[in-house]
Ligand binder design. Structure first.
Ligand code: AMP
Length: 397
């Protein structure tokens, strides 16, 4: 996969109409529809400002939630337009439809230095189906396409890939940063390259573990998925999470690591709980002595030390997935310790989206990381080495 893509800063945007795919999929209050965090809108500002300052007429678009092709009042992008306007300190013209009369008329009248926002793309079923007529109608309003929604580049939708068939396609600044940091980590990492993987299920990370065993020097596995590996090594795991149908896969990965000379680090001790509850009884045990009727809910202190040492000496670290049930305070210790180790290490530190990103932010370590990915699913597919349709469609450098 070629990550070296033309950037918005390579394009001549002056006086041009630019269709800008943003990620305005903001969290909302379910009752009132109110925006509860404007982080994603704030993140889009640099590319928008760049375009406006350079004389482009910006036609911004995004999805919000899962309306599945239906017009849902609670999922209108109108509140986003309002917040965006406050952040930019200028008017944001809001279209009442996506490719309908209102959008077309407003797009046609839009001048350089002005910005408009289309209504929620997913109000039209053709967006997710990548309908060619819908993609063409979107493209027809503009002369250039810029993709700045990394969170959706793993989807081949009309606004993330389809439009690129009709317009020259460039990476926005957010996408450009994701590609340069993560692309470099995978293709030409500063070594040792350490991957830290956690989360609930082996089945969600099958491709990721496999691909990273080809690229990394050390692969660390914690979280719920570690216990399937522990079981595959022949130890009892009590009531811990087990994916019995992935035992063979775990054995294959252990073998692959050995053959490739990659260090595969698994927990050596674990915090076990009496039941899956925040206030359950718990204790730390050796991984080879897990008691029956107890379940592994976090890595133990010796494991924290082992994993932290690998992170400390790394040149590049990619982290995706919590080390335990971090939602329960007593079992958040391992995840917090990884965030701290990463913050303190001099390594290039890349945190995948989702839970690990949330942990890093909550602990106040966000500033210490080289990069926190804005896309959970997209960053996982990136680490799997899969071709991302929303990236593949951009112009190569
Ligand atoms: P993922 O979405 O795959 O990144 O997984 C995140 C989820 O994994 C979180 O909700 C954690 O509570 C859960 N998790 C992590 N460790 C464990 C464990 N040892 N047992 C059960 N669930 C876990």
């Amino acid at each position: 996969m070629n990550y070296n893509k033309m950037s918005v800063t390579d394009a001549d945007v002056k006086g041009k109409k630019v269709l800008l795919r943003c990620d305005f999929n903001v969290p909302q209050n379910k009752e009132t529809g109110e925006i509860t965090s404007d982080k994603r809108i704030v993140a889009a500002i640099p590319t928008i400002k760049y375009l406006l300052d350079n004389g482009a007429a910006v036609i911004a678009c995004s999805h919000l939630g899962k309306p599945k092709g239906e017009w849902k009042e609670k999922l209108t992008l109108a509140p986003v337009a309002k917040r965006l306007s406050e952040l930019l300190g200028q008017d944001v013209i809001f279209a009442k439809d996506i490719i309908g009369e209102d959008a077309q008329a407003k797009a046609a009248a839009l001048k350089g230095g002005e910005i408009m926002l289309l209504e929620n793309l997913r109000f039209d079923i053709r967006e997710e189906k990548n309908g060619a007529d819908f993609a063409k109608a979107l493209a027809d309003m503009a002369e250039i396409y810029v993709s700045d929604a990394f969170g959706t580049v793993h989807r081949a939708h009309a606004s993330t890939a389809g439009v690129a068939a009709y317009l020259p396609a460039y990476a926005g600044m957010l996408v450009e940063k994701e590609l340069s940091v993560m692309g470099k980590a995978l293709e030409n990492p500063v070594r040792p390259f350490v991957a830290v993987l956690g989360g609930a299920k082996v089945s969600d990370k099958i491709g990721v573990i496999n691909n990273l065993l080809d690229k990394a020097d050390t692969v660390i596995i914690g979280g719920g998925m570690a216990y399937t590996f522990v079981k595959a090594m022949g130890y009892e795991i009590g009531n811990s999470l087990l994916e019995a149908d992935k035992l063979d896969y775990a054995r294959d990965m252990l073998k692959k690591a050995e053959e490739k000379g990659v260090k595969l680090l698994l927990p050596i001790d674990t915090a076990v709980g009496s039941e899956f509850k925040a206030d359950c009884e718990y204790k730390v045990v050796d991984i080879k002595e897990m008691p029956q009727d107890w379940m592994g809910l976090d890595i133990g202190p010796e494991t924290v030390e082992l994993f932290s040492e690998a992170i400390k000496n790394a040149g590049t670290v990619v982290w995706n997935g919590p080390m335990g049930v971090f939602e329960f305070e007593n079992f958040a210790v391992g995840t917090k310790a990884m965030a701290k180790a990463l913050a303190e290490s001099g390594a290039i530190s890349i945190v995948g989206g989702g839970d690990s990103a949330a942990a890093v932010e909550k602990l106040g370590f966000a500033d210490k990381m080289t990069h926190i990915s804005t896309g959970g699913g997209a960053s996982l597919e990136f680490l799997e080495g899969l071709e991302l349709p929303g990236v593949a469609c951009l112009l190569n450098k």
